[in-house]
Design a protein around this ligand. Sequence first.
Ligand SMILES: Nc1ncnc2c1ncn2[C@@H]1O[C@H](COP(=O)(O)OP(=O)(O)OP(=O)(O)O)[C@@H](O)[C@H]1O
Ligand SMILES: [Mg+2]
Length: 222
Amino acid sequence: MIFQISGIKKSYFQAGSEIPVLDGLNLEIQEGESVAIVGRSGSGKSTLLSLLSAIEDPDDGEIILHDHSFSDLTGEEKILLRAQKIGVIFQQFHLLSHYTALENVLLPLEIQCSRVDKNLAKNLLNEVGLSGREDHYPHQLSGGEKQRVAIARALILKPEIILADEPTGSLDINTGEEVMRLIFDLVKKQNAALVLVTHSLELAGQCNQILRLKDGKLMAEE
Ligand SMILES: Nc1ncnc2c1ncn2[C@@H]1O[C@H](COP(=O)(O)OP(=O)(O)OP(=O)(O)O)[C@@H](O)[C@H]1O
Ligand SMILES: [Mg+2]
């Protein structure tokens, strides 16, 4: 088992009132498994991913990656964990605008202060179909190309788990299909687990299991 998530609670507070989002959520993710998470807008899917990537902390409950509880980690350890073990892909790509494609892909190596292996990044850019675009900045790339850079960045350290939050949500249908095929192929090749948030039941159907987030909890989708 990679992830063991139990009893997660998370609320936001705005103008003095509480917005409960997750309410005693449980989830287990095995090595190499793909899990789709579906649910209405506002049901807490992105919130869940921000907890799984240790960007935010739950109010209650435990998140265990292998044998380590997130609650024992310092802020710096969480940043390292995110660079090394967890690849994250967002709907809006989240590339650094003043970094080239190559530099964006190299970011996880930079964070963990390891030797900058430009060939590794070039090979990965090649694999996502972007050879020759290494020195281009995000504004010189199309949406689909930006997402390919983000995929290469998420995979460069061969993380055990990829978290993808509507990765095709801002792409047209054809580009989205290509990007999704790439994610599924590379995740399989690296034997990583995948948590895919999506509004597409067709995409969800390509995962090992589909879970619906409702009333702050996950339940198996029939
Ligand atoms: N930083 C925040 N401060 C206050 N409320 C927040 C914050 N982040 C999220 N929320 C609220 O938490 C709830 C869950 O939001 P979240 O973004 O997780 O939903 P989602 O399922 O990802 O929705 P979508 O499908 O639209 O992306 C929403 O009601 C949202 O308004
Ligand atoms: Mg969301």
